[in-house]
Design a protein around this ligand. Structure first.
Ligand code: SAM
Length: 238
């Protein structure tokens, strides 16, 4: 349609990497909603989760599973479809695809074939907490999840004790107590940190301060839900 913002009209052979909410449905963007409705197919980490999201925002579309276990083969088959002239969106269960979620293999495959990859930005737990943390945000290292084994986790923390930029970690409710114990064991109690729990959700809790203060508040609070942990550089003081 003349005058229409062409970014709202999916183009043949374009992959749209679409961020979805991390807990608050109102965080879906207008571009995300429109493109999810208009693309030829939506590749989802979990088709039940993707289907539930689409139905909550009143959209129907064809869903294709694209997850950790089929990423390699599906990346090629989705890229084939894009080469055949389809437009495809990729979403993950929550937040931005390819950020501690499936997406990387597909975007890489598209770039290898000269296909256009379009980011449709929105929620991301790491940047949401960083923006509200009150900790240095001029430079940061996003690590995602630390490895499950204690030795590797402790080694990472030790190796980054003097790291000059802020560090952002993801953690599940199953390991968040372990992570707090490791931080308390290895870092100075005056180190500035921030913990965000259930960001954008009903029980959102954000605590920022020294490790001693934040770990005390953490011990006194609920350990349920999803967590982001931020560690400021050792040189930063409140
Ligand atoms: N792609 C997502 C993003 O853009 O943030 C991250 C997906 S990763 C599989 C899931 C992890 O992200 C959780 O274990 C938690 O560490 C973090 N996370 C996701 N949503 C969150 C929320 N609402 N509050 C706190 N952390 C969250």
């Amino acid at each position: 349609m003349e005058g229409e913002n062409t970014s709202l009209t999916p183009q043949a052979g374009h992959l749209y990497v679409i961020a979805t909410p991390i807990g608050n449905l109102a965080d879906i963007t207008e571009r995300a909603r429109t493109l999810l409705e208009r693309v030829d197919a939506v590749a989802c980490e979990d088709t039940r989760v993707g289907g539930a999201l689409l139905s909550k925002i009143g959209i129907k579309n064809r869903l294709v599973p694209y997850h950790d276990n089929n990423e390699a083969s599906m990346a090629a088959s989705l890229a084939d479809r894009l080469e055949g002239g389809e437009s495809i969106a990729v979403i993950s269960d929550a937040g931005t695809p390819a950020i501690s979620d499936p997406g990387f293999r597909l975007t890489r495959e598209c770039h290898k074939r000269g296909l256009t990859v379009v980011p449709i930005p929105g929620a991301c737990a790491a940047t949401a907490l960083l923006s509200a943390s009150g900790l240095p945000s001029n430079g940061f290292l996003f690590v995602g999840f630390l490895p499950p084994k204690s030795a590797a986790r402790r080694r990472f923390i030790q190796e980054h004790i003097d790291f000059q930029y802020t560090i952002i970690l993801y953690e599940s409710c199953h390991r968040i107590e372990k992570l707090m114990t490791e931080m308390v064991d290895l870092l100075n109690g005056e180190r500035c940190v921030c913990i965000g729990r259930e960001i954008t959700k009903r029980f959102e809790t954000i605590r920022s301060g020294t490790l001693s203060e934040v770990s005390q508040a953490f011990n006194d609070g609920s350990k349920k839900g999803e967590f982001v942990v931020i560690i400021a550089p050792a040189t930063f003081t409140l």
